[in-house]
Design a protein around this ligand. Structure first.
Ligand code: SF4
Length: 146
């Protein structure tokens, strides 16, 4: 989501004007009152440059949305994602959860492709892996949003 959601303005220390780079849409989000410390103390951008700027890791390696209460509608609909996979009709048929490589789909063909060509790929670098996944899916006729 880091390529889709960007912080355009810091209105105060916990309130931000964000923009969707794809649609140009803007909205205001605020850090949840119980996550202010987490938001300020745990930057993910160094280890996961493609992650949403509001995603934070807790001590248990679980990720949380630090603006959950005011999160954008796109996030409410699809939850946090790292990659969305669309079919030729622009239907969303697969998703990689944000800040992970965990893939979900109910489409058997897409699952087969993932298992055969992507699941076992040994690519350590996160950016390289994302590009590999996108190129593999696009070659097979899917669209990828990241
Ligand atoms: S739900 Fe995920 S993508 Fe949406 S604002 Fe929160 S951390 Fe970012």
């Amino acid at each position: 989501m880091g390529e889709i959601i960007e912080i355009r303005e810091e209105l105060d220390s916990h309130t931000f004007r964000i923009g969707f780079t794809v649609t140009g849409e803007e909205r205001i989000v605020s850090v949840d009152s119980d996550k202010i410390h987490l938001f300020r103390s745990a930057e993910l951008t160094a280890s996961r440059p493609m992650a949403c700027p509001f995603l934070r890791e807790t001590g248990t390696e679980k990720c949380v949305c630090s603006v959950h209460t005011t999160r954008p509608g796109l996030c409410r609909q699809y939850s946090c994602y790292r990659l969305l996979v669309l079919d030729s009709g622009s239907n969303r048929i697969g998703k990689v959860t944000d800040a992970s490589r965990y893939f979900t789909t109910n489409d058997p063909n897409l699952r087969r492709l993932w298992n055969q060509k992507i699941a076992e790929a040994e690519i350590a670098d996160e950016m390289t892996w994302e590009i590999f996944v996108e190129e593999t899916l696009v070659r097979a006729g899917y669209r990828v949003v990241r």
